[in-house]
Design a binder for this molecule. Structure first.
Ligand code: ADP
Ligand code: MG
Length: 328
């Protein structure tokens, strides 16, 4: 590497991190020592998540570096959001083929833009040479007993999803196949491109769902598979109404009504939340949605037993309830 490891950390990761530390006030010791020291608010539990993005596997070679930085943090914030946790800090493991300063500058810009939006501080990490890969560990906190797990759902609970799932998969389709969106108008193309490259972790929604949702899961491997997984963890079956799954106009423009629904149910890479709410709390959910600027849609319910049922008009859908498996 031309730029030394030390200079690289100083130039691209330490200064912004120090600005965040000043902003947060709960990082007695951040980047620079052997470990970070973090001040967990008294009485709260630590919530930790880690996700790795590998070039060629989780992002396409040649992806905008801002997007790689954004997504590396976004998928982790999404995991904390799915627990209802308050994100606070993150660590960054960066494996770089070379110390390409243009890449680093743009990567850091995407990463810190999202970090600032959520007030989370980079407090440490590791930097090595090798094939491009980015791992982020996100840390946050929650009141004991308040975490939204996958296992809390009961038969009869309503199943909801945030946003318009499938848009990220639609955007990936455009990235992989330039001809795929030939007929799309520019606004639709931009929407899908953006949803793939810069997905929105639903942090505020996740926090607001504490005390209202009975179970929650981050939709990253496909809505149907992740919803089925949540149902299974909850010891329930699942009935999904394909006709109620929300799809964006852009995804419909790309794939048609039926195709959009199929992509929404099976496509990966979204940062949406799928959660269950007991019918008795449905009104409380409606009330909180006035404050959280994130659309949610009821798409089905948990059922007795273990069956996964997909109702609604259209051709039968072949849903892999197991979700995406890298080793399958
Ligand atoms: P050590 O050899 O003790 O692990 P390093 O040289 O790897 O130390 O790291 C020095 C300091 O820089 C540590 O505080 C570490 O957390 C931080 N650091 C290293 N790489 C990164 C990175 N990519 N982003 C943020 N902090 C980093
Ligand atoms: Mg190290």
């Amino acid at each position: 590497m031309s730029l030394g490891e030390f200079e690289l950390i100083e130039r691209y990761f330490r200064r912004p991190a120090e600005a965040r530390r000043a902003a947060r006030g709960d990082v007695p010791l951040g980047i620079g020592d052997d470990s970070a020291v973090l001040a967990l608010p008294p009485g709260r539990h630590l919530v930790a998540a880690l996700d790795t993005l590998v070039e060629g596997r989780h992002f396409v070679p040649g992806s905008p570096p801002e997007s790689i930085g954004h997504r590396a943090l976004a998928v982790n914030l999404s995991d904390l959001a799915a627990m209802g946790a308050e994100p606070a800090w993150f660590l960054l493991s960066l494996t770089l083929p070379s110390s390409d300063e243009i890449f680093l500058e743009r990567f850091a810009r995407g990463l810190f833009a999202l970090a600032e939006r959520h007030g989370v501080a980079l407090v440490g990490g590791d930097t090595t040479a090798g094939p491009l890969a980015v791992a982020v560990q996100a840390l946050g906190s929650i009141e004991p007993g308040q975490a939204l797990t996958r296992a809390g759902g009961r038969a009869g609970d309503l199943v909801y999803v945030s946003g318009t799932p499938g848009d990220a998969a639609g955007g990936l389709k455009l990235v992989l196949d330039a001809a795929a969106g030939d007929e799309l108008d520019e606004a639709h193309r931009q929407w899908l491109w953006d949803r793939f490259h810069f997905p929105t972790p639903r942090v505020e929604l996740g926090r607001a769902l504490r005390g209202i949702a009975s179970a929650c899961v981050d939709v990253s491997d496909g809505l149907a598979g992740d919803a089925a997984r949540m149902a299974r963890f909850s010891g329930c079956g699942l009935r999904l109404d394909a006709g109620r799954v929300p799809v964006s106009p852009a995804l419909v423009a790309l794939a048609g009504a039926e195709g959009a629904r199929r992509i929404a149910l099976t496509g990966g890479e979204d940062c949406e939340l799928c959660f269950t709410v007991p019918p008795s709390r449905a009104a409380a959910l409606e009330a909180l949605l006035d404050n959280v600027k994130c659309p949610v849609t009821c798409i089905g319910e948990l059922t007795d037993g273990a069956g996964i049922e997909l109702t609604g008009k259209g051709a039968p859908l072949d849903i892999d309830a197991g979700g995406f498996d890298h080793f399958a």
